[in-house]
Design a protein around this ligand. Structure first.
Ligand code: IMP
Length: 189
């Protein structure tokens, strides 16, 4: 069965393909001829994930799933949340996003935070969603060079390393996205 993962992020596609095996053919946006940016105008992860998936289904007629992720910091009432990618404005910059996060957390005693991923699936006329959460805390300075986004300042619970110091496999095992993908794969299989 063919199913589109509404992303052009090659790493995300590889990860899902590896987890699913041969039972599903996963195709990217590029492979279905979708080159425009997908609409993402909601103020929740759920809204944006379903909005992207519905756009693909409505315009390209293929079953699909889409993901949306945010970093939710307790002392900032859940910010940057759904705005994580553009926290410090456009053009998007991981460096400036981290600088702003550290500035806004300056002096905060509670630095607990979580990454949350929502995957929205449209399959055979039905809608399903899957969630993955990684709990942790925001460090006061960057450590490690791997990963992307807020990884250098996010230390997951139970580890004394940041996401940026873990190997890709180690991170996938415990990460928000890894957990959401695992639930999706269990459902599809
Ligand atoms: P997206 O929904 O996967 O595009 O993620 C939105 C934003 O959240 C990204 O631009 C990053 O800033 C941040 N983000 C998502 N996943 C991760 C992660 O695994 N580590 C660090 N930052 C992430």
């Amino acid at each position: 069965m063919k199913i589109c993962f509404a992303t052009n992020n090659k790493k995300k596609i590889e990860e899902v393909k590896a987890a699913l095996g041969d039972s599903f053919t996963i195709v990217s946006l590029e492979e279905i001829g979708c080159r425009e940016e997908l609409p993402e105008t909601g103020d929740t992860l759920d809204h944006n994930a379903f909005q992207k998936a519905r756009y693909v289904k409505d315009n390209y007629g293929v079953d699909c799933f889409a993901d949306d992720t945010g970093l939710e910091v307790d002392a900032l009432n859940g910010a940057p949340g759904v705005y994580s990618g553009r926290y410090a404005g456009e053009p998007r910059s991981d460096e400036r996003n981290i600088d702003l996060l550290l500035k806004n957390l300056n002096g905060a005693s509670d630095r607990s935070a979580k990454f949350r991923t929502v995957i929205a699936l449209l399959l055979n006329g039905e809608e399903h969603s899957f969630e993955g959460i990684a709990n942790g805390e925001i460090l006061k300075e960057r450590t490690g060079t791997g990963g992307f986004g807020y990884d250098p300042v996010f230390k997951p619970v139970g580890f004394d390393k940041t996401f940026a110091e873990l190997s890709m496999d180690e991170k996938n095992e415990i990460s928000h996205r890894g957990k959401a993908v695992k639930s999706l794969v269990q459902f599809l299989k």
